[in-house]
Structure formats: C-alpha cells, structure tokens
Design a protein around this ligand. Structure first.
Ligand SMILES: Cc1cc2nc3c(=O)[nH]c(=O)nc-3n(C[C@H](O)[C@H](O)[C@H](O)COP(=O)(O)OP(=O)(O)OC[C@H]3O[C@@H](n4cnc5c(N)ncnc54)[C@H](O)[C@@H]3O)c2cc1C
Ligand SMILES: NC(=O)c1ccc[n+]([C@@H]2O[C@H](COP(=O)([O-])OP(=O)(O)OC[C@H]3O[C@@H](n4cnc5c(N)ncnc54)[C@H](O)[C@@H]3O)[C@@H](O)[C@H]2O)c1
Ligand code: SF4
Ligand code: FES
Length: 808
C-alpha cells in the first residue's frame, strides 16, 4: 500500500521558500504533497536579476528560475495571484484572499519583505514606486519612456542599482541619501567616497545628507521638498530606503514576531509545525536581506522537514557586492575603523584601488575592497573561519593582488574550502568534484549541477577559470578558434557576450577587469573582438576604441607590402559617372599612384598611396570610403538588370544601390559581400556572396552564406519575397542576426554551417516579431555610423597622429 503523503504548504513563492522546496524534492521526493501560494502572478523568479531586467540586459523570461512545467513535473499545486490572509494554527489550515482554504501538516512561511515607503506627505501620489518585484520593474520601464527626471531615495545597494538602471534607460537621475556616505551599512567613508566619485563619472547626481519632508505635485509627482527647505524637481521617485520583513500574516495568526517572525536554530516558529525562512525571519535578533543566509536557512529547514540530521543555523557573516558595471566594490563582516580594531589598509588614489582588513585582537573580522575585488573570496573565507593574521596572510593581502595574478595561478592557489559562489555557498572543492564526477564541460553545466552561478551570476568567471584549471585544453570555453576570443580568458564567446550584456560592461578595460582576464592588457585577438562585441551590443553608448582595431581599420586603408596604402572609394552598385572617373584619374596623376585597378567588386582601386597623402587623396576624391579594408559591407555587385538588359525582370542596379546605401559602414563580425541579379542567369554571381539576390518574375530570391574565398561555399536559398521592401527587411534581419550571434571573424558561410539554415530561417523570416525587432536594432545601430574618411579629414589630431606621425 502506498504511504500517504503529508501535506506541506508554502506561503510565499519567492527565492527562499522555493529553494527549500528544491532541497526537499532532492532529499525526500515522495514525502510531501506540496501546495504553494504566491501573491505575484509569476512562477518563481530570480529577484536579484530585477536590476538587470531594469537596465535591459535580461528579459523577464530569462530570470524565471522554475517555470510552470517545473511545478507540474514535481506534482506541486501552485496558486499564483493568491495571498494567504490567515493561518488557523489550531485547525492547521491556511485561508487565502480568494476564499480558498488548504489544510497542512507542516507549513512554511516565506513571505519575504516589503520596501519601506517613507510615510511623508505625498507618498501616495502617482509617480512614487518601490523596487521589489516585476510589477515595479514594469512601472519603471514605462516611466522611463514617458518622463525625463527621476529621483531615488536611498543610497544603499538597491537604490544605487535602481538609479543606474534608470540612467541606462535615458533618465536624468538624482540619488537622495540621508547619510554623509553611500552604502554606509557596507562601506567605510574612504570606499564610499571612491564609489560616489565613480558613479558621478558615470552620470548619476547625488544629494547627500538630505531628509525628505514632503513629496509635492498636483496630479502626479512634481518634486521633493527636504527638511532644510531645499527642493528637487522630479517626475518620478523610487523609494529604496530599506526593507521591512513581511510579518503581517504571522502576527495576525498569533505567531510570535518582533521585527521579523521569530525562529529558533531549526527555523521553527512559536506555532507547532509552522516554520519560517527567508527575509521575513528574525533569527537571534537578526533579519537578513541577502540570499546567501536565506539559502543557508533553506538547506537546514529542508533537512529538518525530511528527517535528515542537520546542523543548526547559527547566523551568517554577510558579504556584499554591488551589481553595477565599472564599479567593483566588496565588503564582508565588520567594515568601520574603531579603536578596538587593528586596521591594515592599502590605498592607491591614482589607480583607484582600496583594500582594508580589520582585526579584533589578531583575528580577521572584516574588510572592504574597492577597485580590485579579486581577493574577495579569500577575504570572505578568512572572515568566515575567523582566521588569525600571520606573516603569510599579511604578505598575501598586501602583496600581489588576485587581480595581477594570472587566472590559472589564482584558481590553483584557492583552498578547496574557499567559497566560489557566495550566494549559494558553494566551494571550489565541490565544483572541482562535480566537474570530475559528472564530466561537466561548461559554466552552464556547473550551474545546473551545483547551483553555482544561479543567483547573481557574479561567480561565473571564477567557475570558468576552475573549469579550465581542471580540464586544461579540453575546456572548449577557452582557445581562440573555438571560443572566438583567446587564451586571455577561460570564458567562451557566448559567455563573454552574455556577461557584457548582463553586467552592462561598456569598455574593453571594464570587460577585462570584471571578467578576470589573465592578461590585463588583452592581446591582438581579444581586443578587436571585444571592441566589435561592445559596439554591436551598445551602438549608442560604446565609444569605438580605435587602437584596438586591426591596422587597416585604424588607417581606413589597406596597407601593402611596400608600406603604401590602397584607396577604394564607394561606387554604389558598381555604377559611376564620367565626372567621378575624371576626378579619380586626376587624383591618380596628382599623387602619382602606382596602379589603378578594377576590382572584383566593380570599383576602382588606387594602389600605392603614401600614408601621409591618404587624407589629401580622400579630400580630392570627394567620394565616400568603399570600406575595402573593413569587417563591414564591402561591395554590392550588380548585373545590368531590367534597366537595360533584354532578359532582366527586376531592377538589380536600383536594388543593389539601395542595399549598399542602407547597410554600408556598419561593423560586422567579418567582411561581407552582396550581389543582386535581374534574372536567374545570375551574371553578378550571387551564389558565392554572403547575401546573393536573384530577381524573377514574381519578385526576388534571397540566397545566403555563399563564399568564393579560401573555403568556397555555394549559398543556400533563404526565402522568396514579392516586394522590394520585404527583401530589404529580411536582409536587415539576417545581417543583424549574424551580427548578434556570430563569433568575431566568422564569415556567414561558417556561421550558417554552425547555427543551421533552419534556425536562421525561423529567426529572420518566419518569426515576424523577431524579424521586426532585429530590424529595429539594426536601424538603431545604423543611426550611429559615420563616414570615416570625412571624419579623419576633419579631426586634425587624428590626422596628424595617424597619418603624419606627429605626436600630440
Ligand atoms: C532589485 C533587487 C536586487 C537584489 N540584489 C541582490 C543581490 O545582488 N544579492 C543578494 O544576495 N540579494 C539581492 N537582493 C535581495 C534578494 O532578492 C532577497 O534577499 C530574496 O529575494 C528574498 O527571498 P525571500 O524568499 O525571503 O523573499 P521574496 O523573494 O520576496 O519572496 C517572498 C514572496 O512571497 C510572496 N508573499 C508575501 N506574502 C504572501 C502571502 N501572504 N501569501 C502569498 N504570497 C505572499 C511575495 O509576493 C513574494 O513573491 C535583491 C533584491 C532586489 C529587490
Ligand atoms: N547587490 C546586492 O547585494 C543587493 C542589491 C539590491 C538590493 N539588495 C538587498 O535588498 C534590500 C533592500 O536594499 P536597500 O538598499 O533598500 O536597503 P538598505 O537598508 O541596505 O539601504 C537603505 C539605504 O537608504 C538610506 N535611507 C534610509 N532612509 C532614508 C531617507 N529617508 N532618505 C534617504 N535615504 C534613506 C539608508 O541610509 C540606507 O543607506 C537589502 O536587504 C539589500 O541587501 C542587495
Ligand atoms: S542576370 Fe539576367 S538581368 Fe542580369 S545581366 Fe544577366 S541576363 Fe541580364
Ligand atoms: S556568487 Fe552569486 S550566483 Fe554565485
């Protein structure tokens, strides 16, 4: 006879509660019939990642931790949009706001916290929001579309992440802070001042030591008035002045509460068989607001509920990292100087690096890092185990920082018990064991198997370094050819691009710092690749780092073996005029070029121009650059087509010119060529082009992925279209999809073989929403391109430095 399952009810579908259920499902999957109540309409999601949803580097779907199928597959009954209003501890039943009553044998309360909304006059006006859940995120995203000025009240972790998110959305943001120092609960005044200076540099404004007295406005928020009488005009206010444990339900139901729901070391509340976990809890007079302690509590509670022997919960020593790109700040344990503590400090105002350790007696009790946080995990370890300071540890801390060590050395030096993933409490040793035992080969596999990287994602670069350390050359995340990056990092191309997106990294230096590059300067492989990925991801924000480009792209001309250059002006669609030809001839004579050559792409090449003459040649030609040197659209070769050819069914010249004018100048992963033909006779040879177009009676055929170079490949038919506009739209979607998913230097022919024609068809032809989104993004990127020759002529400094070797 099957055993009857006990009824387990969870109130609160958030991170701590569901983490407890995940443990229970592993420990005793048959033990409970599980019911979950959640006030929000979503399945369990990663609240930490709301900061990334706000800044646009993650979608809402991407932050779902357990989707609807997970609940079904594990036989869990989930009531979303349903708030439990009362617990009858005598009847062992919970009652919800929709009239539902569910009996329990065991009950977990995991109701989290609520943001503190300052009860000042005007706090109920439209335009005042908290930042706690997906609904708040939606409010902020919508507001940023319609309004310009935002104020964030509270300069703690949440306030600063909210402020940076709103800034990235294009708002003017002022942070209003009560205290003299930002993040005064985690940082000392020195680190706080460095942080403020960096955030000001990134564009945030600050009003310090300001106490909000009133929010004013007639229909919606118009401004804030402070106790000192000063005011700030604003269209929107985010309150991020701390959180308060959500204890209303427990209190109403007669369960003992103070600031939080009181629990003992086994997470038991004052009511029989009722447990609590997460931010709603008060344990030994402490309420937590970070996931690491909550996950520790969850693991202990799950064991307790499954009858597995467990240690008791003794509290957690906290460490924090701010999730803002370009700002590396870390704090653990105690962080303020005081007379009874010994301070070890290293401050470098030029490199903007600050490190501090605090000792009570000789025991390490806390510390702060700013600018270089590579030592964070070992520092956390020292504090966690209450390590005694020794000569060896002192030299380790004051000497070579983890940042200047190679990644391999850093990982090799880590002790097995050193925690790599602070959120989930996972050590280097357990990651190494999992890699070896389960044959794991990627960061994602480590995440699925061990949980490391599942919360804030901050440990992923270290996980990648451990994979490389354990697997050596077998780790395919590394190595130039496979990853599209190089040996300066253990991360693969997709991991690097995803992290750039997730962390909103905007410069090459920042990528290398934040993602723990082995070689702090990078190399000739990764620098151009990163420059491309950054420009592709952030077309408006990224400032092209020209010094990271290959020489031909830096010079806007191809260098030849004798040190001279070639100049190829644009001839859209291969069409020129007598006037243009005359000018080209005059320039060729004036600058004594060595040869004038007709290229395979239907234009003219002036070969043998001296470097110092380049700007003058471009100026005299008065034609745009043909990009013959660039990873970009080179030529659009056209046949004669219906304008003149007897067989022509389509105007290939007009279409070729339109395509060239639409897509020229945009950076691509590799060089790119097109051809347009007026009929299937295919005189302009579409089959060997990245995009080859063939006209027929009913419209156009679009071929992709052709190549006529070292590795010839005949293009595949992508689709047939009826109108010119549809053709340009699909070409745009194809190009953007290629830009976003190809490895740097990967031609469309290799890319197509790798990702598959069917998948490309689905993304750029069949999925109309995606097609239009891709077009939106390529248009945004095209809006930012400029003509390089005229820019070089206009910028005197560039001109002198690059072409005349004059140091300025
Ligand atoms: C923007 C943001 C960024 C963050 N970043 C970090 C970070 O980088 N690192 C870190 O460690 N922590 C971070 N945190 C904090 C972290 O997200 C929380 O500590 C964690 O989510 C708390 O988990 P919890 O399960 O206790 O509460 P929650 O995740 O809040 O879950 C509680 C759930 O219970 C529901 N609920 C409440 N009452 C009821 C009821 N009566 N009936 C039914 N359902 C109910 C709520 O709607 C909610 O969905 C961040 C928080 C935010 C908001
Ligand atoms: N990266 C992370 O780890 C991260 C990110 C976001 C949120 N969180 C967590 O979410 C929770 C909420 O974050 P938080 O920043 O709101 O809480 P917090 O308590 O850490 O910070 C609140 C800040 O608001 C300031 N403040 C209070 N009253 C104010 C007033 N009237 N005017 C101006 N400033 C005022 C305080 O001085 C304090 O610095 C915390 O538990 C935090 O740990 C963590
Ligand atoms: S492809 Fe057709 S239209 Fe174009 S030139 Fe050749 S025959 Fe004429
Ligand atoms: S440190 Fe946050 S997920 Fe690993």
């Amino acid at each position: 006879m099957a055993t009857v399952r006990q009824k387990l009810v969870l109130v609160g579908n958030g991170m701590a509660g569901i983490n407890t259920i995940e443990h229970i499902l592993k420990l005793a999957p048959e033990r409970y019939e599980i019911t979950v109540f959640g006030s929000e309409p979503h399945p369990n999601y990663n609240r930490i990642m709301l900061s990334y949803v706000l800044e646009g580097s993650k979608t809402k779907n991407e932050i779902i931790l357990n989707d609807w199928d997970w609940y079904n597959a594990n036989g869990i009954t989930l009531y979303t949009n349903t708030t439990v209003t009362h617990i009858d501890t005598a009847e062992r039943t919970v009652h919800a706001d929709n009239g539902l009553a569910v009996a329990y044998d065991r009950l977990i309360i995991a109701t989290g916290s609520n943001p503190i909304i300052l009860p000042v006059p005007g706090h109920e006006l439209p335009g005042v929001a908290g930042f706690r859940d997906l609904a708040d995120c939606d409010t902020m995203l919508e507001t940023a579309q319609r309004y310009r000025k935002a104020a964030v009240i509270g300069g703690g972790l949440l306030g600063l992440e909210a402020a940076k998110g709103l800034l990235n959305l294009g708002m003017e943001v002022t942070v209003i802070h009560l205290m003299a120092d930002l993040m005064e609960r985690q940082l000392d005044p020195i680190a706080a001042a460095m942080l403020k200076a960096e955030l000001e540099r990134q564009g945030l404004a600050f009003l310090m030591e300001k106490q909000t007295a009133e929010i004013y406005g007639s229909e919606r928020v118009q401004g804030v008035r402070f106790k000192d009488g000063s005011e700030l005009d604003t269209d929107f206010i985010v309150m991020a002045a701390g959180i308060r444990p959500n204890i209303g339900l427990a209190e109403r139901s007669g369960i003992a509460v103070k600031r939080g729901i009181i629990v003992d070391d086994l997470m038991r509340t004052s009511a029989a068989d009722v447990y609590a976990v997460g931010e709603c809890v008060e344990h030994r007079n402490v309420c937590y607001g970070l996931v690491a302690p909550l996950f520790e509590q969850a693991a202990i509670l799950a064991k307790q509920l499954c009858g597995v022997e467990t240690k008791s919960y003794e509290g957690t020593s906290l460490s924090t990292k701010l999730k803002i790109s370009g700002v590396d700040v870390f704090s653990t344990g105690e962080f303020l100087d005081s007379p009874e503590l010994t301070v070890i400090r290293k401050q470098d105002d030029w490199k903007k690096i600050y490190k501090k350790l605090l000792l009570r007696g000789n025991k390490i009790v806390g510390g702060v890092l700013y600018g270089d946080v590579a030592d964070s995990s070992r520092m956390q370890q020292w504090v966690r185990e209450g390590a005694e300071m020794t000569e060896g540890l002192y030299t380790e801390f004051m000497g070579q920082s983890g940042e200047t060590m190679s990644a391999a050395d850093r990982v090799a030096q880590m002790a097995d018990e050193e925690i790599v993933c602070g959120c989930m409490g996972i050590s280097k040793g357990s990651i190494v064991d999992a890699i070896k035992q389960h044959g794991l080969t990627s960061v994602d596999e480590v995440k699925t198997c061990t949980g490391a990287g599942r919360s804030c994602g901050g440990c992923k670069p270290t996980v990648a370094n451990i994979l490389q350390h354990v697997l050596g050359d077998q780790y395919t995340g590394a190595g130039a050819s496979k990853a599209g990056i190089c040996d300066c990092t253990a991360l693969g191309r997709d991991e690097v691009v995803n992290e750039i997106k997730r962390l909103h990294l905007t410069t090459i230096k920042e990528v290398m710092n934040v993602l723990g590059w082995n070689n702090p300067e990078g190399c000739s492989k990764c620098r151009p690749a990163l420059n491309y990925y950054l420009g592709m991801l952030w077309p408006e924000e990224h400032e092209d780092e020209k010094e990271s480009r290959f020489v031909n792209e830096r010079m806007n001309a191809n260098i030849q073996k004798d040190g001279t250059y070639t100049v190829v002006p644009r001839m859209y669609g291969g069409v020129t005029t007598p006037q243009e030809l005359k000018r080209i001839a005059e320039v060729a004579v004036k600058y004594d070029v060595k040869m004038v050559k007709v290229t395979g792409g239907q234009r003219l090449d002036l070969i043998g121009v001296g470097k110092e003459d380049l700007p003058a040649v471009w100026q005299d030609l008065d034609m745009p650059s043909g990009y013959a040197y660039a990873k970009s659209l080179r030529t659009v070769k056209t046949c004669v087509g219906s304008q003149f050819c007897r067989f022509g069914t389509q105007d290939s010249i007009a279409m070729g010119i339109r395509l060239e004018k639409t897509f020229e100048r945009l950076d691509m992963p590799a060089k790119l060529k097109m051809a347009v033909n007026g009929c299937p006779r295919n005189c302009a040879e579409s089959c060997t082009k990245d995009i080859g177009i063939v006209g027929n009676d009913g419209g156009w055929e679009l071929y992709v992925g052709g190549n006529g170079g070292i590795k010839p490949r005949i293009a595949d038919l992508l689709c047939r279209v009826k109108t010119d506009d549809e053709l340009v739209e699909i070409a745009g979607a194809f190009l953007q999809h290629y830009r976003e998913t190809a490895k740097y230097l990967e031609r469309t022919s290799d890319w197509l073989e790798r990702v598959g024609l069917d998948s490309i068809k689905q993304q750029v032809v069949d999925d109309l929403d995606n097609r239009s989104a891709l077009n939106g993004r390529i248009q945004a990127a095209l809006a930012d391109v400029e003509e390089p020759w005229s820019s070089a002529i206009a910028e005197t400094v560039t001109r002198k430095q690059l072409y005349e070797d004059i140091k300025i």
